[in-house]
Design a protein around this ligand. Sequence first.
Ligand code: SAH
Length: 255
Amino acid sequence: MSGIVYLVGSGPGSLDLLTFRAREVIDSAEVILYDQLPGEEILATLPASAEKINCGKFGGSHTLKQDEIESLMIERAQQGKRVVRLKGGDPFVFGRGGEEMEVLREHNIAVEVVPGITSAIAVPECLGIPVTHRSHASQVTFLTGHEDPTKEESAIDWGWLARSPGTIVILMGVKNLGMITSSLIEHGMAAEKPVAIIEQGFRPDQRITIGSLSDITEKARANGVKPPAIIVIGGVVSLYRDGSEGAWSRSNTNQ
Ligand code: SAH
């Protein structure tokens, strides 16, 4: 008897933004390997009957290494179990879901991917910042800020990015914020380009910091901005209005 692994996206952190399919596979799982990113609200609803393994991949302090996570998934699936690998947002957006799918395939283990709402779109959205807009952005680039832009062999073309006209959405960018903004300015992006940083999207301690490419690093430092946060660069940031909290404030007032 062979098991199956579900690579499940939990959405941006609010229980009501979990998909029906995610709920279904979570509730019938025998083993759940979870990260911290899904957030307390969702993690509190994992079924008592399942074996729950905290992979703790958050903020750089890895409880389990990637290869240990993969070995556990493989082992449990080979025992014939229904395994859920639960990740924040969408499993294929900077979540190593793609790599995990490949490893499972190599071991001939059945895989189902359950898409989730990515924080890259939903977190700015819930504050009234659309990633595209006819007047502001006809393209959007999603980027990991994990990479040091001063590194010579960077996989990101900063010159191209600085000239690109649309919205830039950066995940995992808090630590390198200073290097990212100065790199973009050095490569010719306007220093007054609006920037928003949203921390803890869809969670009670959600917070937004607004500035421009030239002053956002200082503002972020002054505000003590911490991950997880989404950084949005571009004209769409100007659509933000103080207090226009969209989805999150709606679910808040309903409680
Ligand atoms: N697969 C995830 C992203 C994983 S990378 C997705 O699709 O959303 C982890 C990064 O996602 C964090 O460092 C942060 O940049 C971003 N992130 C995820 N959830 C977030 C949230 N609720 N609020 C702010 N940023 C979030």
